[in-house]
Ligand binder design. Structure first.
Ligand code: NAD
Length: 252
């Protein structure tokens, strides 16, 4: 049921964290060809995967990138639309329009363009997963553009699911809580916590996870990738338009 033999799969944000773990899991599950998209050209080029790949370095919010992918890539059996950024946490009263737009550009414009291409290239019966966040489910202060964009991502997955019915296409969202990836690095409160732990990133992450998550730990990228594989596979055959909240109990 988790066999992706012969499948052609698009993964965005593929060079790090959840996207990288999903690309590896898909390749190990037999995917024939991965279309990998990421801003980080060197990490993308360095990925060693046991399947055919086409690699596209660029910004998911750049329409020209998606025009090129549509011309070059051929049909898709699945898509994991995962690229996203956290932005700088701030209350609305202190947020600049530039900071708001920077997050919206990647998390909504980029998702729109990647979803449009995925729908255009999708074979009948294709499966798609959009990476949202528990921040799009549970409102928290200072998460304005991130939370709003991820709530938007959840709704986009529902709309796409309805648009996909006629062709047997399923679209779901995954909404992780904290996941141990590079997305936290550079977020001011996390950098402060790492400094408090004298550079011990794992210690800082563990403290943050204990504070945020009833389960007491963050997810690994590999755990989230496994859940994405479920949503992309035949095992989830009747699930569409759903949001899988995977947050260690944070939103309860
Ligand atoms: P990450 O930083 O490890 O990986 C994100 C990848 O996306 C990077 O390789 C980055 O280069 C790429 N990327 C960023 N902006 C891009 C752009 N404009 N165009 C193309 N590629 C771009 O982070 P991650 O945690 O693996 O994040 C993946 C997704 O998971 C994001 O959508 C994020 O919002 C979501 N998410 C993460 C967490 C968490 O705690 N890590 C929780 C909930 C949701």
């Amino acid at each position: 049921m988790f066999d992706f033999s012969g499948k052609r799969v698009l993964v965005t944000g593929a060079a790090s964290g959840i996207g990288e773990a999903a690309a590896r899991a898909l390749a190990e599950a037999g995917a024939a060809h991965l279309v990998l998209v990421d801003l980080d050209e060197s990490r993308l080029a360095a990925m060693d995967l046991p399947c055919e790949t086409s690699r596209h370095a660029g910004d998911v919010a750049d329409e020209a990138l998606w025009n090129a992918i549509e011309e070059e890539c051929g049909a898709l059996d699945a898509a994991f639309l995962n690229a996203g950024i956290a932005g700088s946490p701030a209350p609305f009263a202190k947020m600049s329009l530039g900071d708001w737009r920077a997050v919206m550009s990647v998390n909504l414009d980029g998702l729109f363009l990647s979803l449009r291409t995925a729908m255009r290239l999708a074979n009948d019966g294709a499966t798609m997963v959009v990476t949202a966040s528990v921040a799009g489910v549970k409102a928290e202060p200072t998460t304005g553009p991130y939370g709003a964009s991820k709530a938007g991502a959840i709704h986009m997955a529902k709309i796409a699911a309805k648009e996909g019915f006629a062709r047997g296409i399923r679209v779901n969202a995954i909404a992780p809580g904290g996941v141990d990836t590079a997305i936290w690095d550079g977020v001011p409160f996390f950098d402060d916590l790492v400094a408090k732990h004298q550079g011990d990133r794992a210690g800082a992450l563990a403290e943050m996870a204990r504070g945020m998550t009833p389960m007491g730990r963050f997810a690994t990228a590999e755990e989230i990738a496994g859940q994405v594989m479920f949503l992309l596979s035949e095992a989830s055959g009747t699930i569409t338009g759903s949001t899988l909240v995977t947050d260690g109990g944070y939103s309860l």
